[in-house]
Write a protein that binds this ligand. Structure first.
Ligand SMILES: *Cc1c(COP(=O)(O)O)cnc(C)c1O
Length: 401
């Protein structure tokens, strides 16, 4: 028996490979700090658990495919408060932002259609390309300019087969936040070339240094080509709730999304009730989370920028940072940290950045740090990382030029 051709080419992620070494280190009695995963350590707002505790139906039934009305209403009012106006017939509740992305890819792309996206990008997007048959066209961005792209970078990648532009802002894995001018630039290009815009804004509120929230939703001139991807996972630290949303004013597209939602019947009933609690949580919650991330960002950035040879810019949002190290093989360095390096019985795991690139050869000398630990463990983890880097460079005779 054979498996699907589509999936034969998919490689196991290098993060998973490193996880095996992390497990071994742990079995050997070491503490491993995780800077590799985007799972924050802040508590989920209490109203979420209250709603679930108060669920008092005799059975858990299928709910409407597009979501329970109380949740769709909550999402609508959340957006209205931001000044982004959708009605409830333009909102689909999905099983995480992940499903919203998958359904978007399936709904817009024919086999061979091209979707452009800044690189490095969220590595799960690769799965959606594989499933949908769309072609990933990376618009490469660089650590040296904070992973922003120019109009020319984007336009030069547009061909006749281009179908959509996919943007994660605030960005995972780069922490780059598009300014409203950049958003307007992308919008103009999308209009000129008749492309969809898939706006993955799951980190929307996590913008630092007093920045205003930016969103493709602020531009009425692209509303017929815009798909907004959202999720409670990051905003409310509720990754396990598996509740997301897709918003679009494009009627044809929404009717396809509706069919896809009907095909999987319903999202989790109880979790949808929980999510209503999330949207009703005190607004201070998200602001506090943002401030925590900003503090942690400062810790990571201040420590890294002192290391000779490291290239990084201060992330503007989300809770990630990509840094370029003065070594050729970051994968090897990160493996070595787990297998052969420790300070007081502790070591650290970060994500090699290669998996965030489509272009072969890029990212080999970079890593992604998710600053999702509290300050004290974060400082320890960063110390292990930077001391480890020094020792690794000495051992391998790597000198800065
Ligand atoms: C985490 C994440 C998502 C979606 O996660 P869900 O838990 O499925 O909502 C989507 N896009 C990016 C860039 C992410 O980091």
């Amino acid at each position: 028996m054979d498996i699907s051709q589509k999936f034969k080419v998919m490689e196991a992620s290098s993060v998973r490979k490193l996880s095996i070494y992390a497990d071994e280190a742990r079995r050997g009695g070491k503490t491993v700090y995780h800077l590799n995963i985007g799972q924050p350590d802040l508590d989920t707002p209490e109203p979420y658990f209250q709603k679930i505790k108060n669920f008092n139906e005799p059975s858990t039934e299928y709910m409407p495919s597009l979501g329970i009305p109380t949740l769709t209403n909550s999402i609508q009012s959340y957006y209205a408060k931001l000044g982004i106006h959708y009605n409830t017939e333009q909102i689909a509740v999905t099983c995480g932002g992940t499903e919203a992305l998958l359904f978007t890819f399936l709904a817009i792309a024919n086999e061979g259609d091209e979707i452009l996206l800044p690189e490095p990008f969220y590595s799960n997007y690769t799965t959606f390309f594989t499933i949908s048959g769309a072609i990933c066209i990376p618009v490469t961005t660089w650590a040296e300019n904070g992973f922003h792209f120019t109009e020319q970078d984007l336009v030069s990648k547009i061909t006749k087969r281009a179908k959509a532009i996919l943007i994660s802002t605030p960005g995972n894995p780069t922490g780059a936040v598009l300014s409203m001018d950049e958003i307007k630039m992308v919008a103009r290009i999308a209009k000129e070339h008749d492309l969809y815009i898939i706006a993955d804004e799951v980190y929307r509120e996590f913008v630092f240094d007093g920045r205003e929230i930016t969103s493709f939703g602020f531009l009425p001139e692209i509303e017929d080509r815009l798909i907004i991807i959202d999720s409670v996972s990051k905003r409310f630290n509720a990754c396990g709730a598996r509740i997301g949303a897709l918003l679009t004013k494009n009627k044809d597209l929404f009717s396809v999304i509706t069919k896809l939602c009907q095909g999987r019947l319903s999202c989790s009933t109880i979790e949808q009730h929980g999510a209503v609690g999330l949207y009703a949580a005190d607004e201070g919650y998200v602001i506090n989370a943002r401030d925590q991330y900003q503090k942690r960002r400062d810790i990571v950035y201040e420590l890294l920028k002192q290391v000779p040879g490291v290239v990084c810019r201060k992330p503007e949002g989300a809770f990630y940072m990509i840094a370029k190290l003065p070594i050729d093989d970051v994968d090897d360095f990160l493996t070595w940290l787990l297998t052969s390096f420790e300070i007081d019985g502790e070591t650290v795991m970060a994500a090699p950045a290669e998996g965030f690139y489509k272009t072969i050869g890029l990212g080999k000398n970079e890593l992604r740090i998710a600053y999702v630990l509290e300050e004290e463990p974060l400082i320890k983890a960063m110390r292990i990382l930077t001391e480890g880097l020094k020792e690794y460079m000495e051992l391998n005779n790597i000198r800065l030029v």
